[in-house]
Design a protein around this ligand. Structure first.
Ligand code: TA6
Length: 267
């Protein structure tokens, strides 16, 4: 008897929007104010950031977090898994519109498994004749009871870039990550599993990974929540992003014909 599980994914951005196991609360946060439009990123779920993270260094007009989450992905396959879940494979290929924003030729293949765990595997193949350098992130929004009581284990002793302190580089102490204000940190050179302990939500959520050397932790808190039109002013206590990624110093360099795989497992 497989574990009953529910999942939702949009072809727009190959965007996972929901994941819930029978008898449990949804694991993934979705903003009640999210906009669903061809030229907009969905607010919540698991946005795919590719081929750059944050603002594009050399083009302030380019979409934040790259174009992958704004593109229509194609369905390659969908099948049941032997533990009662469903596995879907979606793909995105470079074309004139992507080359207008970024010169690389690529084939991205995203394998999403809704089962006992939520498994997200992003494979990027360099289909061009020269090397490509890209950033990538599975920008996972987790649903939590109250961020003010959440502690995240797994990042002790890891260096991080603090985007709230103008990009200063700091070292995480032995204590778990706690949240007392806007938090936007890029943890560097870490392959660790993160566990978010959520006492108000009465659960712990783990995000384990492979093929990823950086982890971003984000909560917008009060002011940033108010500043986002597609995010409720009162939604910030109920969410936490733990992002499985390769960004900043750990962008991926891929030779012609080579492939790179990054996977997140959320449970
Ligand atoms: O992952 C954290 C972050 O880079 C924050 O700086 C904030 O910009 C967040 O992503 C959301 O970005 P978005 O473009 O989805 O509004």
């Amino acid at each position: 008897m497989g574990q009953d599980v529910e999942g939702q994914i949009y072809l727009h951005g190959a965007h996972v929007a929901h994941y819930q196991r029978r008898g449990e609360k949804p694991l993934i946060f979705m903003s009640g104010k999210s906009i669903f439009a061809a030229d907009k990123a969905i607010r919540g779920g698991v946005p795919i950031c590719f081929p750059w993270f944050g603002a594009k260094k050399d083009d302030a007009k380019a979409p934040a977090h790259g174009f992958a989450r704004l593109k229509q992905w194609g369905v390659e396959s969908a099948k049941k898994t032997d533990d009662g879940g469903v596995q879907i494979v979606l793909s995105l290929e470079s074309d004139d519109s992507t080359r207008g924003l970024w010169p690389g030729d690529f084939l991205a293949r995203y394998t999403v498994t809704f089962a006992k765990q939520l498994r997200l595997r992003l494979e990027v193949q360099n289909t061009g004749s020269g090397p490509i350098v890209f950033e990538e992130a599975l920008h996972t929004y987790l649903s939590v009871g109250d961020i003010r009581e959440v502690q995240v284990e797994g990042l002790s002793g890891v260096d991080y870039i603090d985007k709230v302190q103008g990009g200063r580089r700091l070292l995480q102490g032995a204590e778990p990550v706690a949240f007392v204000g806007e938090t936007d940190r890029v943890y560097l050179n870490t392959q660790s599993t993160c566990v978010a302990h959520d006492p108000v939500g009465e659960r712990s959520i783990s995000v384990s990974k492979s093929g990823s050397n950086t982890t971003v932790v984000w909560n917008p808190w009060i002011a940033k929540a108010k500043a986002m039109a597609d995010f409720g002013d009162d939604e910030w206590p109920g969410m936490l992003c733990i992002e499985t990624c390769n960004v900043a110093d750990f962008a991926v360099t891929l030779g012609a014909g080579a492939s790179h795989m990054m996977e997140a497992v959320i449970a």
